[in-house]
Structures are given as C-alpha cells and as structure tokens.
Design a protein around this ligand. Structure first.
Ligand code: ZN
Length: 162
C-alpha cells in the first residue's frame, strides 16, 4: 500500500499550485510523477499521451538520489540548486508517509543551504548523512554546516558567512 492515496497527492499538488509557494515547480516535479495518468491528466498539457506516461512508485530510490544531489549542492554552496533539492526531499518524505520528517525538516534551520534540514531527513529515515561523503574534508564541511556553523573553522569565503 502506498503511503499516500492518489487523491491525497492531487490535493497536495493543487495546494502547491494555488498557494504560489511552488514558484519553480519543484514540488510538482516530485508529486506529479507519483500520479497515474488519469489523476495526472488535469495537470498535463492536452497533448500528453497515456502510453508515454511513466508513473513513479519507488519514492525511496528517488529520495536516495535527491539526497546525494542535495549533499553535493550544499558542500559546493550552490544556493538555488540546494534549495530545490531540499524542497524535493520534503516532498519525498511526504510521499513516504513521514509527516514527522516533514515537520522536522520544516522546523530545522535553513542556514547553510539547508544542511540542517537534510540532516533531519536522514535522521528521520535512519539513513547515513555525512557518512555518504567519501572525502574527509568535505565530510567535515557537511557536519559543520548541519550544525549551523560555517563550512570551515577559519571561516568561509564562498557564501556561508553569517
Ligand atoms: Zn562556506
């Protein structure tokens, strides 16, 4: 049984569109493919074809891919990309039925390109966070940023200064 019904996903997608919060359609990019063609239809162009539609069922694999992306963007201080990846992870946590993680991520600070939010995501799922990063220096960077600290003990010249 999927954690969310098709109707629940439709409702969340409608809300995202109506609220104007999903300006860059990041929520939509996660939620829309979770629908079957009939539920997705009202959100698609008139030319959309049933035989071309690929519904996504494996939200956990998508979450793991977005997690790798989010961590990379955070370490590299790419603010818009990191923000998009964090939004995607919130939606994937929701699709997985984890309201507790959605709340934890929304409560966590957005400091340091969302590093504390991504840590809330991995903590909630019991997944590895910094342990996924091989390079020791990058790993320390990520751990510091998730604590809300600057990326380097001597300070940051790349944009995470207070
Ligand atoms: Zn920095």
């Amino acid at each position: 049984m999927p954690a969310r019904t098709q109707q629940e996903i439709v409702d969340r997608l409608r809300h995202a569109r109506a609220s104007g919060e999903d300006r860059f359609a990041e929520q939509e990019a996660i939620l829309l493919p979770a629908l079957d063609f009939d539920h997705a239809r009202p959100f698609l162009r008139a030319t959309a074809r049933r035989d071309r539609w690929r519904q996504q069922h494996d939200h956990e694999s998508r979450a793991r891919a977005y997690l790798v992306l989010a961590i990379s963007e955070i370490i590299n201080h790419r603010a818009p990309q990191a923000r998009r990846a964090v939004v995607a992870l919130v939606e994937l946590a929701w699709l997985l039925g984890r309201d507790d993680i959605v709340t934890a991520m929304n409560t966590a600070s957005y400091a340091r390109f969302g590093a504390p939010k991504v840590k809330a995501f991995t903590d909630g799922l019991g997944w590895r966070f910094a342990g996924t990063v091989e390079d020791p220096e990058s790993r320390h960077t990520l751990i510091r940023m998730a604590r809300g600290q600057q990326c380097h003990p001597d300070g940051c010249r790349r944009g995470c200064a207070d």
